[in-house]
Design a protein around this ligand. Sequence first.
Ligand code: NAP
Length: 244
Amino acid sequence: MSEYALVLGASSDIAKYICLELAKKNWNLYLTGRNLKLLEELKTTLEESNIEVKIFYLDILDFTSHEKFYSNLKIKPSLVISAVGYYEDQNKARESFVESYKTVTVNYLGLMNLVNLISIDFEKKRNGKIVVISSVAGLRGRQLNYIYGSAKAGIRIYLQGLRNKLHSKNVKITTILLGPVYTKMSLGHKLMPVITLKPEIAGKKIVDASLKNKDEIYLHWIWKYIMFGIKLIPEFIFKRLPPF
Ligand SMILES: NC(=O)c1ccc[n+]([C@@H]2O[C@H](COP(=O)([O-])OP(=O)(O)OC[C@H]3O[C@@H](n4cnc5c(N)ncnc54)[C@H](OP(=O)(O)O)[C@@H]3O)[C@@H](O)[C@H]2O)c1
């Protein structure tokens, strides 16, 4: 297969396993991110699978670079997977506009701008798959992470609309509803092993969901039931709950 997959946020702990899985399936890869040293290391590992790998510096916050980046790709990808995400400190995001702007722009606005460009190309070609990692944090606002959660909710609704718009154009849109995963993003958080995935499992499941053209998918089955329960709690009770 000579097709290219574009992995946004390829330096992410989950994306590493997405790339390894795609390489096993013979996809050539475009890796984007800001940490070029990490991407070079990943490229070296991936090239052992005899695929083409190219690296691009891409800052999702830098809207002005998005169009140039995409138009410079000589062979356009037919699969795009985004593992871009930013979540640091909810309190910091609440107190500082710089921090809340970054949270909302990396997880939603910047990503939306890039997906807009790519989806216009895919629509013209009547072919392509776009896969974005959202989060269960975007399914109900909680006091511990509602700024991050609101951005993840925004991207989910955006993707829902895009899926609806492009369904008749043979462009597939997959939203990954992800619960906790052991990565650098969740480092220092109290994680319960039974409801937390290892990044290698998450990476493999994301590739499987992408190639099966899923619409929206909970990566860990248990989160479907957890969120079903959480969404059922009436707001007058929910607002009284302690942080969780
Ligand atoms: N880990 C979890 O528990 C969990 C739960 C639910 C959802 N998610 C989502 O899963 C996805 C992957 O996260 P992860 O856990 O693998 O975390 P991670 O290792 O921290 O990866 C985050 C990725 O986002 C990229 N990124 C951040 N700011 C960027 C910017 N301005 N421009 C371009 N790229 C930027 C990072 O690239 P740099 O190296 O350039 O910073 C990195 O590749 C994210 O969308 C995250 O929100 C994670």
